[in-house]
Design a protein around this ligand. Structure first.
Ligand code: ATP
Length: 239
């Protein structure tokens, strides 16, 4: 569903991404780990078609993003670190508005069902988004992905700044998307979350994908050791 083929991105002379090859199939969650500046956001932005590639291809469901950008958008839902919603509209009004932009009209009951099915507490559905926590806004994002019946989900550090309970709730939502056969690519700094929710884990360093691991085949401890070794760090990042 998501495919990068010999993908590279240069900003001037600086190579932010070098010869990336990865695939994410339906029902897989591919977590990209890496230090600041490793190229995770660049990768997500290339999949979204926000920036042009310097070399290589990005394909969504076999369609080249640079050739048919609007066609590929139909398959995608995107949740950045800070999801932009209209603060003066309620969660339900935001969902209705963004569904409408995508050509989908839902009844009030369907919208309520989508939001509560994404874990938003009932009493917040009709409250303005300005009163929402980050975790609540992320739930509106998941509700929108479900409403659009997205086949692929791109997430850029979605759990940064969430408390452990909200992070756990978010993991459960990703599990639900995985069970629905959605292909997910998530950039994260959270090794625990990557191990918990990922089917595959990639470790990036300086624009290169150094390792791709099967999440089930590695323990959290082994993941931490490999991450540190790859980053050439000396201090543990988990205690
Ligand atoms: P973080 O964990 O801090 O979000 P990241 O792994 O997402 O980091 P990227 O944002 O993809 O890293 O950045 C990769 C490299 O590309 C970095 O060296 C960064 O400075 C550079 N870069 C990113 N965007 C631009 C830009 N618009 N112009 C120039 N260089 C950029």
């Amino acid at each position: 569903m998501l495919e990068a083929i010999n993908l590279s991105k240069k900003y001037g002379e600086h190579e932010a991404l070098t010869d990336l090859n990865l695939t994410v199939s339906p029902g897989e969650v591919f977590c990209l780990l890496g230090a600041n500046g490793a190229g995770k956001t660049t990768t997500i932005n290339l999949f979204m078609g926000f920036i042009p590639a310097s070399a290589g291809q990005v394909k969504i469901n076999g369609i080249d993003v640079s050739e048919q950008p609007s066609e590929t958008k139909k398959y995608l839902a995107y949740i950045p670190e800070n999801l932009m919603l209209y603060p003066n509209l309620t969660g339900l009004e935001n969902l209705d508005y963004f569904c409408g932009l995508g050509g989908k009209n839902n009844s009030r009951e369907q919208l309520e069902e989508l939001l509560s099915g994404s874990g938003l507490q009932k009493e917040f559905i009709h409250k303005r988004v300005s009163s929402y926590s980050k975790g609540m806004r992320q739930k509106v994002g998941i509700a929108l992905a479900k409403a659009r019946e997205a086949k692929a989900l791109l997430l850029d550090e979605p759990t940064s700044g969430l408390d452990p309970q909200a992070s756990n709730e978010f993991s459960a939502l990703l599990q639900d998307m995985k069970d629905r056969g959605v292909a997910t690519l998530m950039a994260t700094h959270d090794l625990f979350r990557a191990k918990d929710v990922g089917t595959h884990i990639g470790i990036m360093r300086e624009g290169k994908l150094e390792h791709v691991l099967n999440a089930e085949a590695i323990s959290l401890k082994e993941l931490e050791e490999l991450y540190l070794e790859t980053m050439k760090l000396t201090q543990p990042v988990l205690s």
